[in-house]
Design a protein around this ligand. Structure first.
Ligand code: MG
Length: 260
């Protein structure tokens, strides 16, 4: 499949989906506390997304039952919302997809549930910062490897591991388009970025080794060594003026690195 570039008008439509997504993320953030189940978070997200005339992109995707993915602690991604009850000291990755007028926005954040261990706090800070360092690389003339390398370099400098078998992706009318966007790679390698490309950049980082395993439920991905794992994601448009984050949850109230 070729990379589908978006016009400036289409990027505006994706940004509108992103605005709803950011509001949904803020709503979920406000609900994260000990005693809340991931199903309650899922239901709140679905209600809000539908109230905005949008659809949750994940619901029914290849049979996924939830509207969000909720992945606590050593779970990396793709957690099915359910009876898991948040506990003080947990970290919880929340991944949200919103479809508005046929256009998809995709983003994730990992939250602290009350005070967390020093290593958990460091994991959240490093993973979030690795995403922030990838953003300025998303400009015409750069290569995909510049984005990947920015993530990997920062994560490994801090002693953590980027997951190899799960990657970011192009996004547009489809949630998963070309190109794949790995969180590891050589600067200057890969395709050249051009205005109109829109990519989901999503560092997934383990405290321990990079290997992962899938749970028996066929969805949940865990770190193989049981170490803590975090996930942050933006949908980013590459424009003639440079990178444009279409899902700017870091600019919302209670933005960056705000512990719940
Ligand atoms: Mg994604």
């Amino acid at each position: 499949m070729a990379i589908v570039k978006k016009s400036p008008e289409q990027i505006e439509l994706m940004a509108a989906a992103g605005t709803v997504l950011v509001k949904t993320m803020s709503l979920i953030q406000s609900k994260i506390r000990p005693g809340v189940t991931t199903l309650e978070l899922d239901q709140a997200a679905e209600r809000f997304i539908r109230s905005q005339g949008c659809e949750p992109a994940f619901k029914g995707y290849r049979g996924f039952p939830g509207s969000i993915c909720a992945s606590p602690n050593s779970m990396v991604v793709h957690g099915i919302p359910g009876k898991y009850t948040l506990e003080r000291g947990d970290i919880i990755a929340i991944d949200i997809g919103v479809v508005k007028d046929g256009w998809v926005a995709d983003a994730a954040r990992t939250f602290a549930v009350g005070p967390v261990s020093p290593i958990a706090a460091k994991l959240l800070a490093v993973t979030e910062e690795s995403l922030m360092r990838a953003v300025p690389q998303c400009r015409p003339g750069n290569h995909l490897g510049d984005v990947s390398h920015a993530v990997q370099e920062y994560v490994e400098e801090h002693g953590f591991s980027v997951i190899r078998t799960l990657v970011g992706h192009g996004v547009g009318r489809e949630m998963h388009e070309d190109p794949q966007v790995p969180n590891f790679g050589r600067a200057g390698s890969g395709i050249e970025l051009e205005a109109g490309m829109v990519i989901a950049v999503e560092p997934m980082v383990n405290v321990g080794k990079h290997q992962v395993r899938m749970d028996d439920d066929g969805w949940s991905i865990f770190s193989a060594d049981g170490s803590l794992s975090a996930h942050f994601e933006f949908t980013i448009a590459i424009t003639a003026d440079g990178p444009r984050v279409l899902t700017p949850w870091h600019e919302a109230s209670g933005g960056r690195a705000a512990a719940a």
